[in-house]
Each structure stands twice: as C-alpha cells, then as structure tokens.
Design a protein around this ligand. Structure first.
Ligand code: ZN
Ligand code: ZN
Length: 273
C-alpha cells in the first residue's frame, strides 16, 4: 500500500492511496492543475485513478473536483449531504461520475475496501476514511473537533494514518484570527489541536499504528516544527520512541509529502494474491 499526502492544510487537501492496482484520492481541495502536477511526480496521470473520495464539502477539500472530474472523468464518491454541498457550489459534475454512499457502510472500489465513518466537524455529514486491502489499512482523519470513541475505534489497528494536528492552542488564542473564528476552531466540531492529536496517536500506537502523518496544519496557528515537537514530546513521555516505535511525518501544506509504503507480511501474501 502506498500512502502519500499530495497537499494537506487549510489551503487544500488531497491524499493519494494505492493498493493492489487500485488508486484513489481522498479529497481534491487543490486545483486540478496542481493535482495533475502532484500525480506526475508519482509517475501517474488522472487516467490511472479509480476514484476520488470526498470527506466533506468545505472548499479546502473540493476546490479542484469540478474541473478535475469534468476533464478526466474520474468517479467521485461522497455521502448524500456532502453531495448537496458539492453541487450547491457547482452542479456541473457528470451524472454518471457521481457515486453516493452511506456513512458507516463499507464498499469496494477495485481492490480497496472503503469504510466512511462519521467525524465531529461543522459540515453537512463529514467523514473520515479507513481504506483496507490484504490485511493492511490506512486512515485519513482530518477536520475533527475532538477525539471520540466513534472514530478512534474505527481506525484502531490501521498501520498508517493521516491525522489532523491543526493548531497550537496558545498560537491560536494569541493570534490575529477574529474571535468567532477562534471559537469555531476550538469548538467540539472545529479542528484538532497538536496535543489532542498526540493523545490520539498514543492510543493508535497501542492498537498497531506504525506510521503517522500530522496533517491539515494551520498556516497561521501552527508550524511543522511546533506540531512535530509537541507530538513527539508527548509520545516520548508515554514511553513511545518516535522514529523507532512509530514513524512520524509532517504532511506538507503545499507540496507532495513523503510516501509511506506498507508491505503485506509474507505469510499473508500467499493468501491474498
Ligand atoms: Zn479542512
Ligand atoms: Zn472542514
């Protein structure tokens, strides 16, 4: 399984996942041209994709979907409320490329099993995704107001995760955002702070997570260094060695990030292929 954020942050989100010949994007929040450029860096074109999964209708998750799907005909998957939001902004997505799923019900795209699950965020029907194949799984969970048993239980055991580390509480509180925006971000349906991200990762590590991208960093109220140091510091306090017990990467805001490659263990490989 190849897992690679192409862009991650309040300015635009898009993550690439590939397994067993099936290739997907989660979100298309950067321009179609930038998605194509990022795919080119991986040696791919839009024609190599089997679908785009949308988490929710905020513009940093759907900005590029219209041009991208009209131009390249890639199928788009979202739940009913998210579809309403997508089409309210621009209804010009070909009918035959629209796929609707039910939150909480898993389905297949090619060889990848897709489980969309509910997350607490101020959108119509926001979801995170668990993507599994051959005993391996990766999860994308950003735009989460708080950690709850519902979503953390769904991704327990995922070997790789992209988890939100949106802000440093002090930077947000003392920063220049207007009061109402600060309150929105801090709320239980807003975004996840670095410390809560670390707490979630400590639990996920215990469930078997081996690699994590810290993602959806705020350009204003966080920095890659602050997020990385906060999370790694809290992991160390919990007796977990970053870089040895678990790999921690910061997903880049504007560029293609490092790539996590997960291999199926030898004994399972025979069963799967
Ligand atoms: Zn977002
Ligand atoms: Zn959002």
């Amino acid at each position: 399984m190849i897992f690679c954020p192409l862009a991650s942050g309040s300015a635009g989100n898009c993550t690439f996942v590939s397994f067993g010949g099936t290739r997907l994007l989660v979100d298309a929040g950067i321009s179609a041209a930038r998605i194509c450029g990022a795919l080119r860096q991986l040696g791919l074109t839009p024609a190599d994709l089997d679908g785009v999964l949308i988490t929710h209708e905020h513009v940093d998750h759907i900005r590029g979907i219209y041009v991208f799907t009209r131009k390249y005909g890639v199928p788009v998957y979202a739940n009913t409320e998210t579809w309403k939001g997508i089409l309210r902004r621009d209804a010009d997505i070909p009918m035959e490329k629209r796929y609707a799923f039910e939150t909480g019900m898993d389905f297949y795209i090619g060889n990848i099993n897709v489980l969309p699950f509910s997350i607490p965020h101020d959108a119509g029907e926001p979801v995170g995704y668990l993507l599994s194949c051959g005993g391996l799984s990766a999860a994308v969970v950003t735009d989460i107001g708080h950690v709850n048993e519902e979503w953390i239980g769904k991704i327990a055991g995922a070997q790789a995760v992209l988890l939100e580390a949106n802000y440093n509480v002090e930077m947000l509180r003392n920063g220049r955002y207007p009061y109402h925006l600060k309150q929105r971000i801090l709320s239980r349906r807003g975004h996840l702070c670095n410390e809560d991200c670390a707490r979630a990762l400590i639990r996920l590590y215990a469930s078997g997570t081996q690699a994590a991208f810290l993602g959806h960093l705020s350009g204003e109220n966080n920095s890659p260094e602050v997020a990385y140091e906060t999370v790694c510091g809290m992991l160390r306090e919990a007796g977990i060695r970053p870089g040895e017990d678990i790999l921690i990467y910061v997903a880049r805001r504007e560029q293609v990030s490092d790539m996590v490659v997960l291999e199926i263990p030898e004994e399972r490989r025979r069963v799967f292929f």
